[in-house]
Design a protein around this ligand. Sequence first.
Ligand SMILES: N[C@H](CCC[C@H](N)C(=O)O)C(=O)O
Length: 283
Amino acid sequence: MKFTKMHGLGNSYVYVNMFNENLPEKQLSETAVRLADKNKGIGSDGMILIYPSQTAAVKMRVFNNDGSEAKNCGNGLRCVAKYSYEHGLVTTTSFTIETLGGNVEATVSVDHENCVQSVTVNMGQPRLLAKEIPMKNEHSEAMIVNEVIPVYHQDIRVTAVSMGNPHAVQFIDSIEKAPVKEIGPLIEKHDRFPEWVNVEWVEVVSPKEIHFRVWERGSGITQACGTGACAAVVAGVLNGHLEKESEVTVHLLGGDLQITWKDDGDVWMKGPAEYICSGDVCL
Ligand SMILES: N[C@H](CCC[C@H](N)C(=O)O)C(=O)O
């Protein structure tokens, strides 16, 4: 099977062009685990499949390195946009990508050699009601902003945001002190989150700049999380640290994203997408 490995700020996936390949549905989860394994496979944070779509130019499906399927992936969207444009799956620089979390609009920026250097994605509206995250709550129509949840012997304050996939965002004084590997897995599988959750820590530098770390649902610590960065900016506005319409620089381990939550409700993400390698893999 032919594959292409790409990354967005170090958040790497093995991409399979399902216009040309045919992985059986029942083998997708185990294939993701196998391809993501750094010893027995190619090594990545997961697997992303690019399909034809009935409602958009292309369709993206995302599998974490534990084989679970995610409904969205911001870094993946930018790489899918780059791949689709450079491999002729689309013929325009702006096009729609279907995800299980909803359709989004991507625009690629190309250089003089028609290579994609960066991608801007309208990620759509964040979902903020407890039932939309999903998160168990006494009032399912309530928003979860800076709410205490008991984790081990600590009271952790989280703001819950869905970008098609669920995120629990915390604010911390120093990002260097974020207990990502200690607390991340405890919140990821917390019983308040019936579909589990991506876990983020944010240090606010200014109304236009934050530091960010993530423990991803189904993948653990990654270098970057695009949907998580969007969720972090939304949570920052909800908690009064950031403002709508302001382009926020999000410093992730793997590099920076520019995120804006606009007055019309849509969240915009701009950042790089890069090839690593391509080839054939034996399954
Ligand atoms: N790394 C991805 C997020 C994958 C989300 C996945 N971990 C889940 O929601 O289960 C991103 O750039 O948005």
